[in-house]
Design a protein around this ligand. Sequence first.
Ligand SMILES: [Zn+2]
Length: 280
Amino acid sequence: MALSDNYPLVQVPGAQGLWHILSRSPGYSGDAWCHLVPGKDKAMLVDTGFGIGDLKGLVESLTDLPVFVVNTHHHPDHVLGNPQFGSVFIHAMDAPGLRAQMTAPRRELPPDEVRQYNYTRGDLIQPAPYAVETVEDGHVFDLGGGYEVEVFHLPGHAEGGIALLDRKRRALYSGDALVWTPTFCMSSDPDAVVTPYMTVEKFRQGLTRLMAHLDEFDVLYPGHSRLGISKQIVPDMLACCDELLCGDKSAAYRVPGRDKPVHVHGMAKIAFDDNRIHVS
Ligand SMILES: [Zn+2]
């Protein structure tokens, strides 16, 4: 059996000194990517995954630089490894959701038969308080040596969702806002509270600012599924939003297992709820 069949964390070398670390799903969601982004003086870790296995130990084996963590949004498949690192950066709108999870007990493990690899409760990073530092749209992280990474606020999937533009590598770390799989502007919970920043309309606003920087990057490294996808997804996603906002709710297919419609334009796909299109 290959290591990757049996381990919660799988490191994949990327272009230009990047490392992509796959945090394997405990069984109730898709595997999630973390990205280790070295500069000259510091390295940035984008997201911390499901919090299963020793992510900090793995990261320290991959770089000698001091490492700081940035979360693309507060959902649990991207943040449960945070307690190992002591402090994290996140968009201000997602800080309350992150703080709410900090000391919440871990979910029960799925039954043995649905687990995709071997792990036990002892492999879970336990909840613990850590420092949360907030950032806003336009914030720039300086990693030294000309490696500067700018925050782009892309609400819609999460209120405080962000993408991170690494100009020197011409790369965008895009979280769950821009992914090969559908961008979810939907909820599995019919009673979920919808706020303005969970809508396609606000997603479109964020994409408009990103479009103005389209000549500064070539590829995207999202939070799930395929890596290194083309930036063509950005104009396609803008068109996908425009069609939904103009009332074209045609669905190319429905999200398997969740029965939500998916609107498609080119590379872009949005899984939507009717109450998450317009700011009401
Ligand atoms: Zn996710």
